[in-house]
Design a binder for this molecule. Structure first.
Ligand SMILES: [Zn+2]
Length: 120
């Protein structure tokens, strides 16, 4: 038995599933680390290709700075009450709901569309 099984939960009772949760989270963290390593490798390969095309580190830093500033401005505008941009389903023309995935899926007709691969 793991020592985590002996930790009390918020009600002062003992949580029998704590070690199971720790195991699940450990697996999820390992999967996320693998995904980060994969994306890091792809990013490095893309940057190497762009350097071969003549782009410099200064170009990359400027692009990162521009994107970061735009995101900060967008976040500030949302905090000040700006509503998110509404994208209409091209099939039935109702507003699409952002589901957090790459492709938005219309809840009315089922049409799927990638509105922006970099939405957040
Ligand atoms: Zn639709």
């Amino acid at each position: 038995m793991s020592r985590f099984n002996l930790l009390p939960n918020n009600n002062g009772a003992y949580a029998p599933n704590t070690s199971t949760k720790v195991h699940e989270y450990s697996e999820e963290i390992a999967q996320l680390k693998g995904e980060i390593e994969r994306l890091d490798l792809i990013t490095q390969a893309m940057w190497n290709l762009l350097q071969e095309k003549g782009l410099t580190d200064e170009d990359l830093v400027k692009a990162i700075t521009d994107i970061d500033n735009a995101r900060k401005q967008k976040k500030k505008a949302m905090e000040e009450g700006e509503k998110p941009e509404t994208v209409l389903c091209p099939n039935c023309h109702v507003p699409l709901q952002n589901n957090g995935k790459l492709a938005d899926r219309c809840i009315y007709c089922g049409h799927e569309i990638i509105t922006s691969p970099f939405k957040n």
